[in-house]
Design a protein around this ligand. Structure first.
Ligand code: SF4
Length: 359
């Protein structure tokens, strides 16, 4: 059955609309009947089975050949850490020996997956453990979708809700890896793909200004989150070094222009005691949010080894929330920490014990 030995692009790394044609061609090259192609496609998009070994209506030979070519597995679960609050942290092995992490957070009837888009990150935010790893490489669309699929199957297998919401807030800056992130979004949301509602997906960026209009134009239904952390130029430069390339005023101009085109803009704000939690910071944050109609989302800083900031307790966050609310009529919420006991909370993903990968 084997066709010529050549490197095959993973199906998920190609166009969603061309998937059925590619599967049909793949079957023709192997002189397989047309109905096999339809079976493969059905397994993939209707049953959301990405792993050929689970396509049980196919003969073993076809499953094996698919596993070596069109649907070669891209991520494998290495370890699952379980928090006492129900959060799960997944360590994934990639095929080149690198690793990434993703975190699944259950709340009532929802399961939110925080997915990674890069191995490490070049943005170097000083409150974030991933930022200390530096960038090793971008993930492919199939590696991003692979995380979603593996966690969805794993949690459903345990009788849980699966993945109902997806947030690109794991390792990496999604807009530094736009082609793969956009490709993954197409597969996840397209009716030809996995048909997930784009309203259940949030892409978070530290503010890569030139890429934001492109993301909004190509994926208008998704939610946009911006890692702001200060609306004062000098303070933000200390927390988010990439600001030297993308200024706060450019970011605000862009968000203000796009505010009617995006379903929702969230302004993520890690409260760092003594750094960005005084009255001046609250006033600046309120003024920023007013101009772009942002939903302010405050979260406490979660320390990691060598972190340059102190942890914030819930009272500190609440005090700051009240101060901001005095100056802003829009939504100001404080997010509860989840998965702290497994280093799975926001800003803590760093493949513990590892050096910057690839060094
Ligand atoms: S917060 Fe996001 S963009 Fe900043 S270093 Fe961490 S992973 Fe990268």
């Amino acid at each position: 059955m084997k066709a010529q030995n050549q490197t095959t692009q993973h199906l998920i790394d190609g166009d969603t609309s061309a998937a059925l044609d590619r599967i049909t061609d793949w079957c023709k090259e192997r002189k397989l009947p047309a109905y096999r192609g339809r079976q493969i496609h059905e397994h993939l998009v209707e049953q959301r089975t990405l792993n050929p070994s689970d396509m049980t209506t196919l003969p073993k030979m076809i499953r094996e050949e698919l596993s070596e070519t069109l649907l070669a597995p891209t991520v494998t679960i290495n370890t699952v850490l379980r928090s006492t609050d129900g959060t799960l942290k997944f360590l994934f092995d990639l095929t080149d020996g690198k690793s990434v992490e993703a975190v699944w957070i259950p709340t009532q009837e929802r399961g939110t997956l925080c997915v990674s888009s890069q191995v490490g990150c070049a943005a170097g935010c000083t409150f974030c453990a991933t930022g200390t790893m530096k960038l090793t490489r971008n993930l492919s669309a199939s590696e991003i979708v692979g995380q979603w699929n593996a966690v969805d199957q794993f949690t459903r297998g345990e009788g849980k809700v699966g993945v109902t919401q997806l947030v690109f807030m794991g390792m990496g800056e999604p807009l530094h890896n736009y082609p793969s992130v956009s490709g993954a979004l197409n597969w996840l949301t397209s009716p030809d793909g996995f048909d997930m509602s784009p309203r259940r997906i949030t892409v978070s960026t530290v503010g890569i200004v030139p890429k934001i209009p492109k993301l909004v134009a190509e994926h208008p239904q998704i939610r946009l989150a911006v890692s702001l952390h200060s609306a004062v130029e000098e303070t933000r430069a200390r927390i988010v070094p990439i600001q030297s390339k993308h200024s706060l005023s450019d970011l605000l101009d862009t968000l203000s222009r796009l505010r009617h085109k995006v379903r929702r803009i969230s302004l993520e704000y890690v409260v760092l005691p003594g750094v960005n939690d005084d009255v001046q910071e609250a006033l600046a944050l309120a003024a920023f949010a007013r101009k772009c109609h942002g939903h302010i989302n405050l979260l406490p800083f979660h320390p990691f080894d060598g972190a340059p900031f102190k942890a914030a307790d819930e009272d500190t966050v609440e005090r700051f929330r009240e101060e901001v609310s005095r100056h802003y009529d829009g939504q100001v919420t404080a997010r509860r920490s989840r998965g702290l006991d497994i280093d799975g909370a926001c800003g803590q993903l760093a493949i513990k014990g590892s050096k910057p990968q690839g060094e």
